[in-house]
Design a protein around this ligand. Sequence first.
Ligand SMILES: Cc1cc2nc3c(=O)[nH]c(=O)nc-3n(C[C@H](O)[C@H](O)[C@H](O)COP(=O)(O)OP(=O)(O)OC[C@H]3O[C@@H](n4cnc5c(N)ncnc54)[C@H](O)[C@@H]3O)c2cc1C
Length: 476
Amino acid sequence: MASVSNAFDTTAIELAGLRDRIGELIGPRDPGYDEARAIWNGAIDRRPGAIARCSSVAEVVEAVRFARERGLLVSVRGGGHGVGGFAVCDEGLVIDLSPLKRISVDPAARQATAGAGVLWGELDAATQRDGLATVGGIVTHTGIGGLTLGGGIGWLMRKHGATVDNLLAVELVTADGERLTVSRDEHPDLFWGIRGAGANFGVVTSFTYRLHQVGPTVLAGPAYYPLAEAREVLRGYREAIAEAPEELTTILTLRHAPPVPYLPEAVHGEPVVAVGACYAGPLERGAQVVRPLKQLGTPIVDLLQARPYTELQSMFDAAVPHGWRYYWKSIEAPALTDAAIDTLIEQTTAVTSPNSYCIVFQLGGAIARAGAGETAFCQRQPGHDVNINAVWTAEDGDGARHVAWCRRFFDAILPHARECVYLNFLGDEGQERIRAAYDADRFDRLVALKRRHDPDNFFRANQNISPAIDLPGDFK
Ligand SMILES: Cc1cc2nc3c(=O)[nH]c(=O)nc-3n(C[C@H](O)[C@H](O)[C@H](O)COP(=O)(O)OP(=O)(O)OC[C@H]3O[C@@H](n4cnc5c(N)ncnc54)[C@H](O)[C@@H]3O)c2cc1C
């Protein structure tokens, strides 16, 4: 590309060229512009030159070519949940995939293909009609796009692997506007890269997943204990999950109990540790497996029970609504040592916002079994993913206070962590942190792949693998 400019003339004349090619193009002077540029994280306030709502692959190709011809910055929007806000850019062109909502499920082949604008709640609802599911995130309003391309962890991961381990193929529009089918057999180098660093190599317009028999009733939900008992609870939890079968995935949340309908009012606002679990197997066996998690102390509320899988998937939606302000820091802890447990409790006790929390995902199981180097996604070691989430509302003008709490928490947990972060839990934190999402081999291989497929870094509004990074000899 000769010259790279981020801005373009958003006068009606300039946009007209694109308006002819895209069904719905929203510029700064169009009604609905502010809604169209808003994403899940209300702390992000970017003003794109235009938003191209693409409702077909052909429109995505047009948008890519239009931006390419003019050297425009492009950002790609899936579900708009990336906390760093890369789905929208200032002055450039947003390729908004949200109209791509088509889902087809083949129960006999145990496969589903979903358009890139689909959200997890929509995909789960479609696949659960046949008692099937793939590994998705734990909040229904998150997009399948960004979550899949960064790896994908959730309630089914210890039994069925990461989301990328269940990805069979994608349709991709490259930086040159070419349409490719990418799978293990077609463009295998790209297939490796998109499974963990996917936003770097093109616009994925659809995803084909392997499905598994799941539920539709699973034994799942959180048991809430008072934070005052958290030391005993978390030490007991550590013992209880040490030999856990792969059907069991657990997630801890340390926070003030949110005012959600499934919790009694008396509990709202109380400091708690929630031990969440999902047993993805026969209910009778599951009852024995989860029993110790219900007896780690005196539960204030025990919601770990048989429920539809889709109900589990939507349980936490209300605690993380669109438009609130969010700031995250994340790291992996190899083990919940006594010192790590004490740190989690101390830092949660010092929380500055009733909406902030720390969430700890149990890794291991099937997710740790994929062969080394099989995917760019690299969170394969057993341990725990610690994600510290500062959350506040627009009315609370002092976001800096909550961000500072999140950073203090992160600094305090660092001595108990390993240098590894899950890409999808990263904010806009710079190159060093992106490197920490991969081991050295994977990172170098990604840079080499980026040089081959996007040497101009056309797709750079993302957790960017820059093609300009120096590589060791073998890769040059
Ligand atoms: C409330 C909430 C709950 C979450 N829970 C989980 C969880 O349980 N498990 C988990 O693994 N992660 C979870 N995440 C993290 C989630 O994986 C990331 O936020 C992810 O980026 C969301 O994808 P998206 O499509 O909604 O976001 P977007 O912001 O639209 O996209 C994120 C990035 O991916 C790129 N992108 C998106 N779609 C495409 C596409 N089709 N082609 C090319 N690039 C694309 C975007 O350009 C951007 O760089 C959660 C996030 C939130 C906010």
